[in-house]
Design a protein around this ligand. Structure first.
Ligand SMILES: [Zn+2]
Length: 112
């Protein structure tokens, strides 16, 4: 289970993102899952480009982390960032058109 990570391996991001340098140290300390999610979020962001505008508020992907926890990638309807339910939090919209990260959901309640 406790797979030893070959830490500090100079493995480059497969997708050639330029901004990896700034995260190098961080990544080494992060749990693999979180680092992995960050990468995936970035990939979504790259992949979707301006389509993020159209897809905001939608869920991109669900993944089962374990028996009880589900991880959800989505685009926040307000800040239009690619978020993950475990990292940014998810205020899920049953209609799947207005999903928001916890921060934005809170902001809305306060501002409303
Ligand atoms: Zn947000």
């Amino acid at each position: 289970m406790a797979k030893v990570r070959k830490s500090k391996s100079p493995k480059r991001d497969l997708y050639g993102f330029a901004e990896t340098s700034e995260t190098n140290d961080e990544d080494a300390d992060l749990p693999k899952d979180e680092a992995g999610r960050r990468k995936i979020k970035r990939q979504y962001q790259e992949l979707l480009g301006i389509r993020i505008e159209k897809l905001k508020g939608r869920i991109l992907n669900r993944e089962r982390i374990n028996k009880t926890i589900e991880g959800i990638y989505f685009i926040c309807a307000r800040c239009t960032k690619v978020c993950h339910s475990l990292d940014e939090g998810l205020q899920e919209d049953p209609n799947n058109v207005n999903n928001m990260c916890a921060k934005c959901a809170k902001g809305r309640t306060a501002a409303a």
